[in-house]
Write a protein that binds this ligand. Structure first.
Ligand code: SAH
Ligand code: SF4
Length: 349
Protein backbone atom coordinates (compact mmCIF):
# COMPACT_ATOMS: atom_id res chain seq x y z
CA UNK A 1 0.00 0.00 0.00
CA UNK A 2 1.37 3.42 -0.93
CA UNK A 3 1.63 6.16 1.71
CA UNK A 4 -1.24 8.61 1.97
CA UNK A 5 -0.65 12.12 0.60
CA UNK A 6 -1.30 13.39 4.10
CA UNK A 7 1.79 11.65 5.44
CA UNK A 8 3.93 14.16 3.53
CA UNK A 9 5.38 17.31 5.06
CA UNK A 10 5.00 20.62 3.16
CA UNK A 11 8.51 20.03 1.74
CA UNK A 12 7.56 16.47 0.80
CA UNK A 13 4.52 17.77 -1.08
CA UNK A 14 6.70 20.23 -2.97
CA UNK A 15 9.12 17.46 -3.91
CA UNK A 16 6.35 15.19 -5.13
CA UNK A 17 4.83 17.95 -7.25
CA UNK A 18 8.21 18.93 -8.70
CA UNK A 19 8.81 15.30 -9.63
CA UNK A 20 5.50 15.46 -11.52
CA UNK A 21 6.73 18.53 -13.42
CA UNK A 22 4.46 20.95 -11.57
CA UNK A 23 5.18 24.63 -10.77
CA UNK A 24 5.97 25.68 -7.17
CA UNK A 25 2.60 27.28 -6.42
CA UNK A 26 0.86 23.90 -6.70
CA UNK A 27 2.09 22.85 -3.25
CA UNK A 28 0.25 25.79 -1.66
CA UNK A 29 -2.90 24.95 -3.62
CA UNK A 30 -2.68 21.31 -2.62
CA UNK A 31 -2.33 22.19 1.08
CA UNK A 32 -5.28 24.54 0.81
CA UNK A 33 -7.40 21.71 -0.64
CA UNK A 34 -6.22 19.08 1.82
CA UNK A 35 -6.15 21.09 5.02
CA UNK A 36 -7.76 24.46 4.37
CA UNK A 37 -10.91 23.12 2.70
CA UNK A 38 -10.52 19.56 3.97
CA UNK A 39 -11.67 17.82 0.77
CA UNK A 40 -11.98 14.04 0.83
CA UNK A 41 -11.02 13.22 -2.78
CA UNK A 42 -8.79 14.43 -5.60
CA UNK A 43 -11.88 14.82 -7.78
CA UNK A 44 -12.85 17.86 -5.69
CA UNK A 45 -9.60 19.69 -6.57
CA UNK A 46 -11.22 21.48 -9.47
CA UNK A 47 -8.32 23.81 -10.33
CA UNK A 48 -6.02 20.79 -10.93
CA UNK A 49 -5.86 19.22 -14.42
CA UNK A 50 -7.34 15.72 -14.57
CA UNK A 51 -3.95 14.23 -15.52
CA UNK A 52 -2.40 15.71 -12.35
CA UNK A 53 -5.24 14.39 -10.18
CA UNK A 54 -4.74 10.93 -11.69
CA UNK A 55 -0.98 10.99 -11.13
CA UNK A 56 -1.45 12.14 -7.55
CA UNK A 57 -3.92 9.42 -6.68
CA UNK A 58 -1.56 6.91 -8.28
CA UNK A 59 1.50 8.19 -6.35
CA UNK A 60 -0.08 9.06 -3.02
CA UNK A 61 -3.70 8.12 -2.32
CA UNK A 62 -5.94 10.48 -0.35
CA UNK A 63 -7.53 8.91 2.72
CA UNK A 64 -9.79 10.48 5.34
CA UNK A 65 -10.98 8.88 8.58
CA UNK A 66 -14.54 7.67 9.13
CA UNK A 67 -16.35 8.92 12.24
CA UNK A 68 -17.58 5.65 13.79
CA UNK A 69 -19.10 7.25 16.85
CA UNK A 70 -19.65 10.67 18.37
CA UNK A 71 -20.58 11.39 21.97
CA UNK A 72 -21.50 14.74 23.46
CA UNK A 73 -20.89 15.48 27.14
CA UNK A 74 -23.21 17.52 29.36
CA UNK A 75 -20.47 20.17 29.38
CA UNK A 76 -20.41 20.39 25.56
CA UNK A 77 -17.21 18.36 25.07
CA UNK A 78 -17.43 16.06 22.04
CA UNK A 79 -15.59 12.78 21.63
CA UNK A 80 -15.11 11.10 18.25
CA UNK A 81 -14.08 7.53 17.52
CA UNK A 82 -12.23 7.72 14.21
CA UNK A 83 -11.31 4.85 11.96
CA UNK A 84 -8.42 5.04 9.51
CA UNK A 85 -8.09 3.19 6.20
CA UNK A 86 -6.32 0.21 7.80
CA UNK A 87 -9.24 -0.20 10.25
CA UNK A 88 -7.29 1.01 13.28
CA UNK A 89 -9.18 3.49 15.42
CA UNK A 90 -8.38 6.32 17.85
CA UNK A 91 -10.36 8.77 19.93
CA UNK A 92 -10.21 12.54 19.61
CA UNK A 93 -11.80 15.06 21.97
CA UNK A 94 -12.94 18.60 21.17
CA UNK A 95 -13.52 21.00 24.05
CA UNK A 96 -15.48 24.17 23.22
CA UNK A 97 -15.69 27.24 25.40
CA UNK A 98 -18.33 29.89 25.06
CA UNK A 99 -16.87 32.71 27.13
CA UNK A 100 -19.43 31.88 29.80
CA UNK A 101 -21.57 28.77 30.11
CA UNK A 102 -22.25 26.12 27.51
CA UNK A 103 -24.72 27.39 24.95
CA UNK A 104 -26.25 24.73 22.74
CA UNK A 105 -26.21 25.77 19.10
CA UNK A 106 -23.96 28.81 19.61
CA UNK A 107 -20.57 29.14 17.90
CA UNK A 108 -17.85 28.62 20.52
CA UNK A 109 -15.29 31.42 20.86
CA UNK A 110 -12.56 28.89 21.51
CA UNK A 111 -12.20 25.24 20.56
CA UNK A 112 -9.40 23.08 21.89
CA UNK A 113 -8.87 19.76 20.15
CA UNK A 114 -7.08 16.99 22.00
CA UNK A 115 -5.45 14.77 19.38
CA UNK A 116 -3.99 11.28 19.60
CA UNK A 117 -0.47 10.68 18.29
CA UNK A 118 -0.42 6.88 18.26
CA UNK A 119 -2.90 4.00 18.21
CA UNK A 120 -2.44 2.81 21.81
CA UNK A 121 0.67 3.54 23.84
CA UNK A 122 3.74 1.53 24.85
CA UNK A 123 4.50 3.38 28.11
CA UNK A 124 1.80 1.56 30.07
CA UNK A 125 1.13 4.03 32.89
CA UNK A 126 -0.84 2.42 35.70
CA UNK A 127 -3.48 5.19 35.83
CA UNK A 128 -4.20 5.52 32.10
CA UNK A 129 -6.73 3.59 29.99
CA UNK A 130 -4.63 4.00 26.83
CA UNK A 131 -1.65 2.43 28.58
CA UNK A 132 -3.71 -0.66 29.42
CA UNK A 133 -4.29 -1.37 25.73
CA UNK A 134 -0.68 -1.61 24.56
CA UNK A 135 0.74 -0.17 21.36
CA UNK A 136 -0.53 -0.76 17.81
CA UNK A 137 1.08 1.81 15.49
CA UNK A 138 2.23 5.37 15.00
CA UNK A 139 -0.15 7.84 13.39
CA UNK A 140 1.00 9.68 10.28
CA UNK A 141 1.13 13.47 10.22
CA UNK A 142 -2.01 13.70 8.10
CA UNK A 143 -3.91 11.38 10.43
CA UNK A 144 -3.09 13.70 13.33
CA UNK A 145 -4.21 16.77 11.36
CA UNK A 146 -7.32 14.85 10.22
CA UNK A 147 -8.50 14.76 13.83
CA UNK A 148 -8.52 18.56 13.94
CA UNK A 149 -10.35 18.68 10.59
CA UNK A 150 -13.08 16.37 11.89
CA UNK A 151 -13.70 18.64 14.90
CA UNK A 152 -13.63 21.79 12.76
CA UNK A 153 -16.20 20.34 10.38
CA UNK A 154 -18.42 19.09 13.20
CA UNK A 155 -18.46 22.44 15.04
CA UNK A 156 -18.42 24.49 11.84
CA UNK A 157 -15.94 26.80 13.53
CA UNK A 158 -12.24 27.52 13.61
CA UNK A 159 -10.11 25.43 15.96
CA UNK A 160 -8.07 27.80 18.12
CA UNK A 161 -5.95 25.41 20.21
CA UNK A 162 -4.53 21.93 19.88
CA UNK A 163 -3.14 19.73 22.64
CA UNK A 164 -1.33 16.49 21.81
CA UNK A 165 -2.75 14.83 24.90
CA UNK A 166 -4.83 12.02 23.48
CA UNK A 167 -3.67 8.46 23.05
CA UNK A 168 0.01 7.74 22.59
CA UNK A 169 3.41 9.12 23.44
CA UNK A 170 4.08 11.88 20.90
CA UNK A 171 7.87 11.81 21.31
CA UNK A 172 7.98 8.12 20.36
CA UNK A 173 6.52 9.32 17.03
CA UNK A 174 8.50 12.55 16.85
CA UNK A 175 8.82 13.10 13.11
CA UNK A 176 5.18 12.60 12.25
CA UNK A 177 4.03 14.64 15.24
CA UNK A 178 6.32 17.55 14.38
CA UNK A 179 5.20 17.44 10.74
CA UNK A 180 1.59 17.50 11.94
CA UNK A 181 2.20 20.50 14.22
CA UNK A 182 3.90 22.35 11.36
CA UNK A 183 0.97 21.60 9.07
CA UNK A 184 -1.53 22.92 11.64
CA UNK A 185 0.60 26.00 12.16
CA UNK A 186 1.00 26.72 8.42
CA UNK A 187 -0.84 29.85 7.24
CA UNK A 188 -2.27 27.94 4.26
CA UNK A 189 -3.81 25.20 6.38
CA UNK A 190 -5.28 25.73 9.85
CA UNK A 191 -3.11 28.70 10.90
CA UNK A 192 -3.13 27.71 14.56
CA UNK A 193 -0.50 29.77 16.40
CA UNK A 194 2.47 27.74 17.66
CA UNK A 195 1.91 29.01 21.19
CA UNK A 196 -1.60 27.61 21.02
CA UNK A 197 -0.28 24.14 20.27
CA UNK A 198 0.87 22.05 23.24
CA UNK A 199 2.63 18.73 23.11
CA UNK A 200 2.63 16.55 26.20
CA UNK A 201 5.26 13.90 26.85
CA UNK A 202 5.61 11.35 29.59
CA UNK A 203 9.28 12.32 29.62
CA UNK A 204 11.00 10.96 26.50
CA UNK A 205 14.27 12.85 26.83
CA UNK A 206 15.38 12.63 23.20
CA UNK A 207 12.14 14.37 22.19
CA UNK A 208 12.52 17.15 24.75
CA UNK A 209 16.04 17.81 23.46
CA UNK A 210 14.84 17.90 19.86
CA UNK A 211 11.89 20.19 20.60
CA UNK A 212 14.29 22.63 22.29
CA UNK A 213 16.03 23.02 18.91
CA UNK A 214 12.91 23.66 16.82
CA UNK A 215 12.33 27.21 15.62
CA UNK A 216 8.58 27.28 16.44
CA UNK A 217 7.28 28.27 19.87
CA UNK A 218 5.25 25.13 20.54
CA UNK A 219 4.36 24.67 24.21
CA UNK A 220 5.83 21.72 26.12
CA UNK A 221 4.00 19.84 28.87
CA UNK A 222 5.58 17.00 30.83
CA UNK A 223 3.59 14.35 32.65
CA UNK A 224 5.59 14.19 35.86
CA UNK A 225 3.19 12.48 38.29
CA UNK A 226 5.97 11.76 40.77
CA UNK A 227 9.17 13.50 41.77
CA UNK A 228 10.47 10.48 43.69
CA UNK A 229 12.20 7.96 41.46
CA UNK A 230 10.76 4.80 43.01
CA UNK A 231 7.21 6.16 42.86
CA UNK A 232 7.62 7.24 39.22
CA UNK A 233 9.12 3.89 38.23
CA UNK A 234 6.10 2.15 39.72
CA UNK A 235 3.47 4.41 38.09
CA UNK A 236 5.20 4.79 34.70
CA UNK A 237 7.11 1.51 34.35
CA UNK A 238 8.45 1.89 30.80
CA UNK A 239 10.26 5.11 31.70
CA UNK A 240 12.29 3.46 34.43
CA UNK A 241 15.50 3.87 32.42
CA UNK A 242 15.25 7.67 32.24
CA UNK A 243 15.86 9.24 35.63
CA UNK A 244 14.23 12.28 37.17
CA UNK A 245 17.66 13.86 37.48
CA UNK A 246 18.20 13.60 33.71
CA UNK A 247 14.65 14.82 33.03
CA UNK A 248 15.17 17.87 35.22
CA UNK A 249 18.54 18.59 33.58
CA UNK A 250 16.97 18.46 30.12
CA UNK A 251 14.08 20.69 31.20
CA UNK A 252 16.51 23.28 32.56
CA UNK A 253 18.35 23.21 29.21
CA UNK A 254 15.02 23.51 27.38
CA UNK A 255 13.94 26.59 29.35
CA UNK A 256 17.35 28.24 29.03
CA UNK A 257 17.43 27.70 25.31
CA UNK A 258 13.81 28.65 24.55
CA UNK A 259 12.95 31.01 27.45
CA UNK A 260 9.65 29.20 27.59
CA UNK A 261 7.90 27.86 30.66
CA UNK A 262 7.27 24.11 30.90
CA UNK A 263 3.95 22.79 32.20
CA UNK A 264 4.31 19.91 34.66
CA UNK A 265 1.27 17.65 34.87
CA UNK A 266 0.75 15.91 38.19
CA UNK A 267 -2.15 13.48 38.46
CA UNK A 268 -2.96 13.02 42.16
CA UNK A 269 -3.67 9.39 43.00
CA UNK A 270 -4.76 8.43 46.48
CA UNK A 271 -2.06 6.65 48.50
CA UNK A 272 0.28 6.41 45.48
CA UNK A 273 1.92 9.77 44.87
CA UNK A 274 0.16 12.18 47.23
CA UNK A 275 2.10 11.87 50.51
CA UNK A 276 3.81 14.84 52.15
CA UNK A 277 7.17 13.42 51.01
CA UNK A 278 5.90 13.49 47.41
CA UNK A 279 4.92 17.13 47.79
CA UNK A 280 8.36 18.05 49.16
CA UNK A 281 10.03 16.16 46.31
CA UNK A 282 7.87 18.03 43.78
CA UNK A 283 8.79 21.36 45.34
CA UNK A 284 12.46 20.37 45.10
CA UNK A 285 12.02 19.42 41.44
CA UNK A 286 10.40 22.77 40.63
CA UNK A 287 12.84 24.97 42.54
CA UNK A 288 14.90 26.92 40.02
CA UNK A 289 12.95 25.53 37.03
CA UNK A 290 10.79 27.84 34.87
CA UNK A 291 7.58 25.86 35.22
CA UNK A 292 3.87 25.79 35.99
CA UNK A 293 2.31 22.87 37.83
CA UNK A 294 -1.09 21.51 36.80
CA UNK A 295 -2.59 19.35 39.53
CA UNK A 296 -5.00 16.90 37.89
CA UNK A 297 -7.51 15.08 40.06
CA UNK A 298 -7.29 11.51 38.71
CA UNK A 299 -10.12 10.55 36.37
CA UNK A 300 -11.72 7.16 36.89
CA UNK A 301 -10.16 4.35 34.86
CA UNK A 302 -12.07 1.10 35.35
CA UNK A 303 -9.78 -1.81 36.15
CA UNK A 304 -6.86 0.34 37.29
CA UNK A 305 -7.59 -0.20 40.98
CA UNK A 306 -6.60 3.45 41.57
CA UNK A 307 -8.62 6.34 42.95
CA UNK A 308 -8.25 10.13 43.01
CA UNK A 309 -6.78 11.89 46.05
CA UNK A 310 -9.38 13.57 48.26
CA UNK A 311 -10.21 17.14 47.23
CA UNK A 312 -8.88 18.44 50.54
CA UNK A 313 -5.44 17.01 49.78
CA UNK A 314 -5.40 18.52 46.32
CA UNK A 315 -6.22 21.95 47.79
CA UNK A 316 -3.50 21.49 50.41
CA UNK A 317 -0.96 20.79 47.63
CA UNK A 318 -2.05 23.90 45.76
CA UNK A 319 -1.70 26.07 48.85
CA UNK A 320 1.76 24.70 49.67
CA UNK A 321 3.00 25.22 46.11
CA UNK A 322 1.67 28.78 46.10
CA UNK A 323 3.36 29.50 49.43
CA UNK A 324 6.63 28.34 47.85
CA UNK A 325 5.99 30.72 44.90
CA UNK A 326 5.63 27.84 42.45
CA UNK A 327 2.89 28.72 39.94
CA UNK A 328 0.21 26.04 40.12
CA UNK A 329 -3.44 25.39 39.25
CA UNK A 330 -5.92 22.60 39.81
CA UNK A 331 -7.14 21.50 36.42
CA UNK A 332 -10.38 19.54 36.27
CA UNK A 333 -10.63 17.85 32.90
CA UNK A 334 -13.87 17.96 31.00
CA UNK A 335 -15.91 15.24 29.31
CA UNK A 336 -15.58 12.62 32.08
CA UNK A 337 -19.25 11.59 31.63
CA UNK A 338 -18.45 10.35 28.10
CA UNK A 339 -15.06 8.87 29.15
CA UNK A 340 -13.44 11.67 27.19
CA UNK A 341 -11.29 13.15 29.95
CA UNK A 342 -7.50 12.83 30.36
CA UNK A 343 -6.40 9.22 30.64
CA UNK A 344 -9.79 7.76 29.67
CA UNK A 345 -9.28 7.34 25.92
CA UNK A 346 -9.29 3.90 24.36
CA UNK A 347 -9.11 2.79 20.75
CA UNK A 348 -12.20 0.63 20.69
CA UNK A 349 -15.95 0.84 21.13
N1 SAH B 1 1.46 10.23 26.54
C1 SAH B 1 1.54 11.63 26.74
C2 SAH B 1 0.39 12.32 26.12
C3 SAH B 1 -0.96 11.97 26.75
S1 SAH B 1 -1.42 13.34 27.65
C4 SAH B 1 1.67 11.95 28.19
O1 SAH B 1 1.45 11.05 29.00
O2 SAH B 1 2.03 13.06 28.51
C5 SAH B 1 -2.63 12.78 28.71
C6 SAH B 1 -2.46 13.46 30.04
O3 SAH B 1 -3.43 12.91 30.94
C7 SAH B 1 -1.10 13.14 30.65
O4 SAH B 1 -0.64 14.19 31.46
C8 SAH B 1 -1.46 11.94 31.46
O5 SAH B 1 -0.48 11.62 32.37
C9 SAH B 1 -2.78 12.34 32.05
N2 SAH B 1 -3.56 11.22 32.54
C10 SAH B 1 -3.44 9.93 32.21
N3 SAH B 1 -4.34 9.18 32.90
C11 SAH B 1 -5.03 10.06 33.68
C12 SAH B 1 -6.11 9.91 34.59
N4 SAH B 1 -6.65 8.71 34.84
N5 SAH B 1 -6.58 11.01 35.20
C13 SAH B 1 -6.06 12.24 34.93
N6 SAH B 1 -5.04 12.43 34.07
C14 SAH B 1 -4.53 11.35 33.45
FE1 SF4 C 1 0.87 6.58 27.37
FE2 SF4 C 1 0.58 9.09 28.32
FE3 SF4 C 1 -1.24 7.18 28.91
FE4 SF4 C 1 1.21 7.07 29.98
S1 SF4 C 1 -0.33 8.67 30.31
S2 SF4 C 1 0.10 5.34 29.04
S3 SF4 C 1 2.46 7.84 28.32
S4 SF4 C 1 -0.82 7.99 26.91
Amino acid sequence: MKDSIKSLSPEGLEKLLTSLGQPRFRAGQLMEWLYGKGVRSYAEMTNFPKTLRDSLSEQAPLFSPAVLEKKVSDDGTRKYLLQFHDDTAVETVAIPSYGGGTVEGAIPDKITVCVSSQVGCAIGCAFCATGQEGFTRNLLAGEIVDQVLVAREDFGARVSNVVVMGQGEPFLNYDHVLSALRLMNHPKTLAIGARHITVSTSGVLAGIRRLAQEPEQFTLAVSLHAARQDVRDRLMPKLANSTLRDLRGDLIDYTERTHRRVTLEYCLISGENDAEADLLALMGFCKGLLCHVNLLPMNAVPGSGLAPSPGKRTKHWLARLEQAHIPATIRHSRGADILGACGQLKNSR
